[in-house]
Design a protein around this ligand. Sequence first.
Ligand code: S3P
Length: 438
Amino acid sequence: MSDSMQFVVQPGGALTGRIRVPGDKSISHRSIMLGSLAEGTTYVSGFLQGEDCLCTLNAFRAMGVEIQGPNAQGELTIQGVGLHGLQAPAHALDMGNSGTSMRLMSGLMAGQAFDVRMIGDVSLSKRPMKRVTVPLSQMGAVIETTAAGTPPLQVKGGQTLKGIHYDMPMASAQVKSSILLAGLYAQGTTSVTEPAPTRDHTERMLRGFGYAVQTEGNKITLQGGGKLTATTIDVPSDISSAAFFMVGASIAPGSDLIIEHVGLNPTRTGVIDILRLMGGDLTLLNEREVGGEPVADIRVRYAPLKGITIPEELVPLAIDEFPVLFVAASCATGQTVLTGAEELRVKESDRIQVMADGLIACGIDAKPTPDGIIIQGGQLGSATIESHHDHRIAMAFSMAGLRASAPMTITNCATVNTSFPGFVSLAAKAGVRITSHE
Ligand code: S3P
């Protein structure tokens, strides 16, 4: 991928005022998928116009779904075609950088009458897909991967799927969702047990579209053969995007920032719990419910942080926030220890190794372990950081720049647009001294 976008951050800013970060990525993906497969017209507002969600949108357009928008306000109108109304796409579906698109769509595509090929960018093309193709093939799906178990995926249509029970070996909402979405097309009952709670947006949104889903403890069950009924979806701001600002305000002296309208689904709030355990000063204001998801404004004030041992049960609830939490740990007094987080090694990059390399380059004592990291807080120096086509690495080091001893440069930052279009201008508005350069 040719990507010459660089960010340069001058140290010393403070984060103040009120900001609103873009819409939730997980909810935006699912709004397109379920809206397309529903009967009737679904209206979406607050849709994340990041490249990942646009990959999902373009995939459904390529399969004949009429989607108007998104306009500048993130409003979309989806003319649902029903569960059996998709048409064969003329080309391979390009999922770009998006693991969520590819893994969730694998489940949906497994139930179609036609063949589909799914491809991805340099990062996605290295990511493991057997975690979905193995359970889907137990349901009767026929999906080919490369010998390494990576994309491209070739999904053979016209299969009869049958419901299974799947005991997930890892805590993954993408795997859970892929199986449940295939279960819409399967005969009988499909159920999944998860080793730890993971984000439950699929279950919530299926119910919002009138589809019965049972959750009993760690087991989620649905029956095939139902239908989805169009609805209206108001997408809250993404807590995973807000997390960069939560950490930025926590580590930059003088900060007092309000982040508005943030989705606070309890399967996503680990970052708030972890920052509070570290001594962070976060207050929830104006708590309310929007479209079946809890939402609040979050006030974050600077506070001296201390190192902690991160409770393992919080790991799946903060899985996307660790790059920036490692930055918080670097600015904390004492040692932070993370365990039980081997999933970080198979994200858009190996986030344990890539973060450790970057922090070490900045003079921080960071020791990667097979399933986590040990970070000793200290003075961040400055370095040139390679983001490895991983949006969250680029944004995490942008926040590290607030506390660095000299300007920080981050390279290959174009993938920030996958989840957070407008990041640089919003960060600059909040008080980060950041510029982007081609
Ligand atoms: C997502 C689930 C998570 C997360 C990803 C989005 C989702 O992945 O990292 O950014 O929307 O279901 P895993 O479920 O594989 O941990």
